[in-house]
Design a protein around this ligand. Sequence first.
Ligand code: ATP
Length: 194
Amino acid sequence: MVYGLTGGTGSGKTTVADYLREFGCEVVDADIIAREVTAKGSPVLDVLAETFGADILDENGELIRKKLGSIVFGNKEKLAKLNELMREALDTRFRKALDEAGSKRLYSKVFFDAPALFETNREHFVDRVWVVAADLETRIARIMKRDGLSREQVLERMASQLPEEEKIRKADVVIYNDGTLEDLRNKVAEALNK
Ligand code: ATP
């Protein structure tokens, strides 16, 4: 049994993932795997540089994620292209990591922390979905503060994501992160015990 963990930017997924680890769950982080797949010198990074331009790389040949983000966020076709170019390499790594997590931790829950689980049609990787949700203004304020972005930049990022209400509709469990961090931690513990 694999549980998906998803939600819009600023909802608090990463914070929930930290609590899940603290409670002994195994969490496979899709973003970390995406970083590994696009590491310096990787075949995928070469293809990305050919497609989106060599200026997505810094002078050491490392991916400038912000630069790539500024190209694809706000442009549906380019975002779809990016997802298509990364799909095969990512799926192979996701499957391997989830299998390893499952065999390593036979008696604990395995979560797949995948911010774009729905947007990239990867629901088939999981058996149940947890969605972390929060009021829109709260989410905007959290990301402006965390990433030093303007309101417009946050809204642009959100525009490439499925609206929160649709995520909630598809969820098996919804964690409303609208209180303190302590409230959130309690909600995670409660949801795990159910
Ligand atoms: P993204 O998808 O953009 O990475 P996320 O859903 O993973 O976002 P987090 O990184 O967990 O979101 O949270 C965003 C910011 O808000 C972080 O700085 C986090 O510490 C803070 N935060 C999350 N939940 C709360 C809360 N209940 N109270 C106060 N701050 C919070």
